[in-house]
Design a protein around this ligand. Structure first.
Ligand SMILES: [Zn+2]
Length: 466
């Protein structure tokens, strides 16, 4: 340190506490974005997506937003996404935004702090804003998850809409429409109101439901009723890179139907009016496992059915995501629920949301035959062995890892055991294993046939479990 600077430090320390220093002073921040209110947004937003550009992988968006008054208005791009538990909205892939009203272009200004907010000044007499933009989905894996191939696409509405600030998501009604590639089939939890050629219009829903209801669409597509004649419709919607990969054997089909039966026995209630399992069998589109209340997005090996015996690690995904319809969606940790998609989420209870789901995912997989009992035992034993040597436990509690979706966003790590990484999943799973076995040891508790014996962790050996 240079002597002159040292002298300046001493001068500052010895000065009275109220004295102002010399040097730059901060500019005030711009006004905060409107806090969402629980009141209906006036009018119906209409959203139209052209999803046919498979070569460029570009989704073209047109949106009409009714406005009730002239003056300043803020439109938001969804950033805080359920299931991701963090601000992972793909704002960088929004391009070409042009807003018009009564045929005249309106200038927009991006908020310099809340950069997913676009400010416009609505002229007097304007009743509707017309928006046009594109979602430039990744053309290579280094840009993010590839969601369009020549054979399939995964449309997530949150990537291709703007919505008005100041309202709860559920109070904003949207009627969405999508044009799919010629001859493709699709699956989604949304209900169609009209189909004209390859264009599907869906019944209007709240913004929260729309974002919770993505689409899988594909050239090779198969739908299977998993609960014929059941109390609510449950459909397995499958798409694949090649047609033969959709061939499911009677035994494999029965295991997927058993999942529904076993979940009914475990949970009793169904936390949806219908459910669409979306399953992509591909190594061309990016992988995914993302829960929703009436559907789930699942990606698996293209030879999921053909190489069934070689891929046990792929077979707990559907039970995991299906469990989330209840644990995470129908019931959600209070601090994780947000009024709209631009309010920060807090994940303090992810060890319940993900940890318990991880536990029941394995149990249901074993009970349905998606995994053998031994495969489930081996998987949990492997998890327990991992935490025998998780050295990061000496400085960081598992509960602190519930901040990892915000801190790390699943970036690669150099020192996973020391840093820890979303350990609320698997270490959380072991907590719920212990809770379950404790309950079953109580006198009078029926059904002692738990998958695993009590004190499982203590009885583990180096080669697995007994
Ligand atoms: Zn999960």
């Amino acid at each position: 340190m240079k002597p002159v600077l040292l002298a300046a430090v001493f001068a500052a320390v010895s000065a009275p506490a109220y004295a102002q220093s010399t040097g730059p002073a901060p500019l005030p921040l711009p006004p905060a974005i409107e806090v969402p209110q629980d009141k209906p947004y006036p009018g119906l937003i209409k959203l139209s997506i052209d999803a046919t550009d498979l070569d460029r992988r570009i989704f073209r968006v047109r949106e009409t937003v009714p406005v009730a008054a002239s003056g300043p208005m803020t439109l938001l791009f969804p950033m805080w996404l359920p299931g991701n538990h963090s601000a992972t909205g793909q704002l960088d892939k929004l391009a070409g935004l042009i807003i018009t009203a009564n045929g005249k272009r309106l200038e927009w200004v991006r908020d310099p702090v809340a950069v997913a907010a676009f400010h416009v000044d609505v002229p007097t007499g304007v009743k509707v804003l017309e928006l046009e933009f594109q979602h430039l989905s990744p053309t290579a894996t280094d840009q993010g998850r590839v969601v369009v191939t020549q054979e399939m696409l995964n449309l997530q509405w949150n990537n291709m809409l703007l919505y008005p600030a100041g309202y709860f998501s559920r109070q904003i009604s949207i009627e969405a429409q999508v044009k799919l590639p010629n001859g493709w089939n699709y699956g989604t939890a949304l209900e169609a109101s009209a189909i004209a050629g390859d264009t599907v219009t869906f019944k209007a829903v709240g913004l929260d439901t729309l974002v919770d209801s993505p689409i899988f669409a594909g050239r090779y597509f198969k739908k299977i009723d998993l609960d014929p004649g059941g109390r609510s419709r449950i459909t397995l919607n499958m798409m694949a890179d090649e047609a033969y990969q959709l061939d499911i054997s009677p035994t494999q089909l029965q295991a997927h139907r058993n999942l529904i039966t076993q979940a009914d026995r475990l949970y009793g209630a169904r936390h949806y009016d219908h459910y669409d399992m979306l399953l992509a069998l591909t190594d061309r589109m990016g992988g995914i496992g993302l829960e929703h209340q009436r559907s789930s997005e699942n990606g698996s090996n293209p030879r999921y059915f053909q190489d069934w015996d070689k891929l046990p690690t792929a077979r707990d995904l559907l039970p995991h995501e299906y469990t989330h319809s209840w644990n995470g969606k129908y019931r959600r940790p209070a601090d994780l629920w947000t009024a709209n998609f631009n309010v920060p989420m807090r994940g303090s209870l992810l060890w319940v949301y993900e940890g318990q789901t991880q536990y029941w995912g394995y149990i249901l997989a074993a009970r349905s035959g998606l995994l053998t009992k031994q495969e489930a035992l081996d998987a949990i034993a492997s998890t327990a062995a991992t935490y025998d040597h998780r050295i990061g436990r000496v400085w960081r509690q598992m509960s602190d890892t519930t901040n990892d979706p915000v801190i790390a966003q699943r970036r690669p790590q150099g020192w996973t055991s020391w840093q820890r990484s979303e350990d609320y999943y698997s270490e959380g799973q072991l907590i719920w294993l212990d809770a379950d076995t404790l309950i079953r040891e109580k006198p009078g508790v029926p059904n002692p046939s738990i998958l695993l014996p009590r004190h499982f962790l203590g009885s583990m050996t180096a080669t697995g479990v007994s």
